[in-house]
Write a protein that binds this ligand. Structure first.
Ligand SMILES: NC(=O)C1=CN([C@@H]2O[C@H](COP(=O)(O)OP(=O)(O)OC[C@H]3O[C@@H](n4cnc5c(N)ncnc54)[C@H](O)[C@@H]3O)[C@@H](O)[C@H]2O)C=CC1
Ligand SMILES: CC(=O)C(=O)O
Ligand SMILES: [Mg+2]
Length: 542
């Protein structure tokens, strides 16, 4: 693309200065892609790589997305977790150019006007919206949270074929409670504490109303709101607008999917039925409780009632095992609070494991190395193949490193982490970790919801997305004992998830394209794939 543009310039202008910008005669796109990869690999750390890629996207978006498409395993950990965490933390310092929209608390009363400044509002299809109050597990980063929205949208573009011009990254700049940013002369956001709940509710009501008016075809993905607000705004808006919360629903869906595959492997080893799985959640925030609620579907698939399914789940927060008799328990923790434990508070994780005897331990706590050797060994003492999913992001907050989990279980662990780990070789064997990250699911949910023109995102759409992901492993991946498919296949997988989401929307009568109801699954899948934007120049751009 750069070569074509420059060639046109040469035709129309005869100045040596412009001629000097023409690529060399032997220029080829293929060589240039290799050159860009070499430049990327020459950078010394993740943040430098992030800055390089960010510049490349600005200079030549088609080249950037082609490279991303062809090098998902290498580039996703830079543009997304873990490195996007560094990018967010340091965003005010590495900022180069506007790459998304800020809607500030000062814009209250004129949000519609602000949103209308976005170019091509009619093309807007997916907005990832964060208020920066809980970016990954890194806390309140305020206006520095924008790169998480940009990174998620890059996954929509590369992983589900959403057109770049349809992607709308938004950071709500509402202040921050992080002193260090308020005192940083380079801080990019408004310098004020976060608003009261009342003021925030007014802002959010106006924002969502304006979004619908300005971007009539948009799906809103709420991302990385602090836990209370994540639940509150999902409840408040889910029936009224086409929206979902990625940390609650996307994470729930992706973990249900990995758990479906993991539970089969574990039950095969133990000989115990699927209905007897016992799941312990370490961390009971928006992600922990969102996943726990979604895992009720696992027991439901085994024919159990919701009440019986709830008994198979235990939750732990910073004060220990969550029991119903704990004074002042937050609303979102009540559903799974245990009523069958009366002893002194259980605060030590090994004691809790020995009490619960879980088959699975899921970490969504933001507590680095919380799954110590003793914890992992306790899990292995109760299970021939313990399921251990340390899901906190980025890697610096992960509950246990893959290598430790392998060593401490003698390779028996069934493992998936939120951020990526590399495979580990032991003699003849190679152990390959799963990545239990909502990045596998939200591109497909978004694509399906858009193509169905769904008026809202139902629980059944989220659940069916999960089932589609779980069943998307190919034979080689199953034989390798994986619980998630490999990232290189994300487009194929997103198309299958989108198919399941369209069907679920139709079954729930929230779809808006009657013609798609009567086509076969094969025809629908072909249609979905045809709609996916492909950055590679030789492909059809729809
Ligand atoms: N893998 C994935 O796809 C996703 C991962 N996450 C990760 O999940 C983590 C949690 O996110 P949220 O639920 O929104 O955060 P949160 O801050 O609301 O929840 C954290 C939970 O961990 C508990 N916790 C903190 N310290 C603890 C300790 N010492 N012992 C026991 N429990 C402790 C807290 O009490 C709270 O219940 C983050 O690191 C986030 O990156 C979130 C969404 C998706
Ligand atoms: C993956 C993700 O959404 C999170 O860590 O918040
Ligand atoms: Mg998130």
């Amino acid at each position: 693309m750069a070569a074509q543009v420059s060639a046109n310039v040469v035709k129309n202008a005869a100045t040596t200065k412009i001629l000097a910008k023409v690529p060399p005669p032997a220029f080829s796109q293929a060589t240039h892609r290799s050159r860009c990869l070499a430049q990327l690999r020459s950078k010394h750390n993740g943040l430098e790589k992030y800055i390089y890629l960010n510049g490349l996207k600005d200079r030549d978006p088609t080249l950037f997305y082609t490279l991303l498409y062809d090098n998902m395993r290498e580039m996703v950990p830079i543009l997304y977790t873990p490195t996007v965490g560094d990018a967010c933390t340091n965003y005010s310092h590495i900022w180069r150019r506007p790459e998304g929209m800020y809607v500030s608390i000062g814009d209250k009363g004129r949000i519609r006007e602000v949103l209308s400044t976005w170019p091509n509002v009619r093309e807007g299809r997916i907005a990832v919206v964060t208020d920066g109050s809980r970016i990954l597990g890194l806390g309140d980063l305020g206006a520095n949270g924008l790169p998480i929205a940009v990174g998620k949208l890059d996954l929509y573009i590369a992983g589900a074929g959403v057109r770049p011009s349809s992607a709308v990254p938004i950071c709500l700049d509402l202040g921050t409670s992080t002193e260090r940013y308020l005192n940083d002369p380079l801080y990019i956001g408004v310098r004020r504490p976060r608003p009261s709940l009342e003021e925030m509710d007014e802002f959010m009501d106006e924002f969502m109303d304006a979004m619908k008016e300005v971007f009539p075809n948009l799906l809103v993905q709420f991302e990385d709101f602090s836990t209370d607000n994540a639940f509150r705004y999902l409840d408040r808006f889910r029936e009224k607008y086409r929206c979902f919360n990625d940390d609650i629903q996307g994470t729930g869906s992706v973990v249900l999917s990995g758990f479906l595959n993991a539970a089969h492997l574990a039950s095969h080893a133990s000989g115990r039925p699927l209905s007897e799985h016992r799941i312990l959640f370490f961390g009971a925030g928006s992600a922990g409780i969102g996943v726990a609620k979604q895992l009720l579907s696992f027991f439901k698939f085994e024919g159990m009632s919701e009440a019986d399914a709830t008994k198979q789940i235990w939750t732990v927060d910073s004060k220990g095992l969550i029991t119903a008799d704990r004074p002042g328990l937050q609303e979102h923790k009540k559903f799974f609070a245990r009523t069958d434990y009366q002893g002194p508070p259980l605060t030590n994780l090994v004691d809790i494991i020995n009490h619960v005897k879980p088959t699975a331990l899921l970490g969504l706590s933001t507590l680095r190395n919380a799954f110590t050797k003793e914890v992992v060994e306790a899990m292995a003492s109760h299970n021939p193949r313990p399921i251990i999913f340390p899901l906190s992001n980025p890697v610096s907050l992960c509950e246990v490193d893959y290598e430790d989990a392998i060593n401490w279980t003698d390779g028996k662990v069934i493992f998936a982490s939120g951020s990526p780990y590399k495979p580990i070789s032991r003699g003849e064997r190679t152990f390959e970790p799963g990545q239990g990250n909502n990045m596998y699911i939200f591109p497909g949910i978004g694509l399906g919801a858009l193509l169905a023109k769904a008026s809202r995102v139902t629980d059944s759409m989220v659940e069916q997305a999960s089932v589609a992901l779980a069943s998307s492993l190919d034979r080689e991946e199953r034989e390798a004992g994986l619980v998630y498919p490999r990232l290189d296949r994300i487009r194929e997988i997103s198309a299958r998830i989108a198919l399941a989401v369209v069907r679920a929307a139709q079954n729930a009568s929230v779809d808006g394209v009657p013609a798609l109801r009567h086509v076969t699954d094969n025809t629908l899948l072909t249609y979905i794939k045809e709609q996916m934007w492909d950055p590679r120049p030789s492909k059809n751009h729809l």
